[in-house]
Design a protein around this ligand. Structure first.
Ligand code: MTE
Ligand code: MO
Length: 326
């Protein structure tokens, strides 16, 4: 398989066992290649030691057009131990306990629907085709907790363009892997989800430069519990939109089915933009617990419109009633 490559430059400090793994997957089907750049400007690993507790700043807009934030990173151990991934159970610790039962190699993503060139990408193709960057984003769950995560990924727009969306493409939908024997949460009698987990975006949201597909965090390969090997991250929306372990992407003319909207339409809308003024029926969205958080140090902070990304994304919703289109 022939492919175009960029000349590598990886600082020796960035060559971790995980980056070697990522690059090995990048090269498995790419004979004759040298190394690829893993991170363009990776501060996450350097800041990994900077755990919670640093004062937060809300007065300043996020620097770099929202591509990074200088708020304290949520420590790696919290990001990987406190998870929502219902395929493995509903307890926050279940994904870390059981997601290793999911096999992620081989992996491919099918892209079809309203595209001129439908097809399938192996994970190796994905890793070899797009320059990986670090993006430090806030992640705000609809359950009113939040984290700051240094993701490694690339813009979803770059992948979509490769398949040449047609003029009829107005929405993008995503599907998670569904493998009952590897996902004990999907075998649970108490689960009311119609698997596979599905999510969707409007085309302009999907093409927005803040929207990424992540393949790593903290400079490492994405842990299974965080959605390995490839997951969506849409930082201005509630976390449930950021679907994990994606195997299918489909472009469509009509607004797609989404898991949470189907399950409880009064609680979870299609847009799910973070909005402190529109409460969830069962809890307020005015503030959030920034992890790490404890009984004695709840670390409660005000929630910001569009999760602090209003400057970048408010224009997408001009003229829309955000209380109706929640
Ligand atoms: N397939 C799948 N994707 C999912 C979920 C899930 O249960 N299944 N949970 C969502 C929710 S509610 C949140 S808050 C984020 C959490 O991502 P994290 O565990 O990496 O922090 O993943 C989202 N993506
Ligand atoms: Mo969530």
């Amino acid at each position: 398989m022939s492919k175009r490559f960029q000349v590598p430059h990886i600082a020796s400090s960035e060559i971790t066992p995980e980056s070697v793994y990522l690059r090995r997957r990048q090269f498995m089907r790419a004979a004759g290649a040298a190394a690829l750049p893993l991170l363009a400007g990776g501060t996450g690993a350097a800041r990994a030691a900077q755990t919670g507790g640093a004062p937060l700043d809300f007065g300043r807009p996020a620097p770099d057009g929202g591509l990074r934030t200088d708020e304290a990173l949520t420590p790696f151990d919290d990001v990987t131990a406190y998870c929502n991934f219902y395929e493995f159970g509903t307890d926050k610790g279940d994904p870390e306990r059981y997601a290793h039962e999911m096999s992620t190699d081989p992996w491919s993503v099918q892209v079809d629907g309203e595209v001129a060139r439908p097809g399938k990408l192996n994970l190796e193709d994905i890793l070899g085709s797009f320059d990986l960057q670090e993006r430090v984003y806030r992640l705000r769950c609809v359950e009113a907790w939040s984290m700051v995560v240094p993701w490694v990924g690339f813009e979803l727009a770059a992948l979509l363009r490769r398949f040449e969306p047609t003029s009829r493409a107005r929405y993008v939908s995503f599907e998670t892997l569904y493998r009952r024997d590897e996902m004990r949460g999907t075998r649970s009698f108490t689960s009311t989800i119609d698997w596979p987990y599905r999510e969707g975006l409007r085309m302009d949201e999907a093409m927005h430069p803040l929207t990424i597909l992540a393949v790593g965090l903290y400079g490492k390969t994405l842990p299974n519990q965080n959605g390995a090997p490839v997951r969506l991250v849409v930082p201005w929306k509630y976390g449930f939109k950021s679907i994990k372990s994606i195997v299918r992407i489909r472009l469509s003319e009509k607004q797609p089915y989404t898991t949470w909207q189907a399950l409880a339409p009064h609680e979870y809308g299609f847009y799910a933009n973070v909005n402190p003024q529109v409460d969830h029926p069962r809890w307020s969205q005015a503030s959030e617990r920034r992890l790490p958080s404890s009984l004695f140090k709840p670390n409660r902070i005000p929630t910001r419109m569009f999760n602090g990304y209003a400057e970048q994304v408010a224009g997408l919703y001009k003229g829309m009633d955000l209380a109706r289109n929640y």
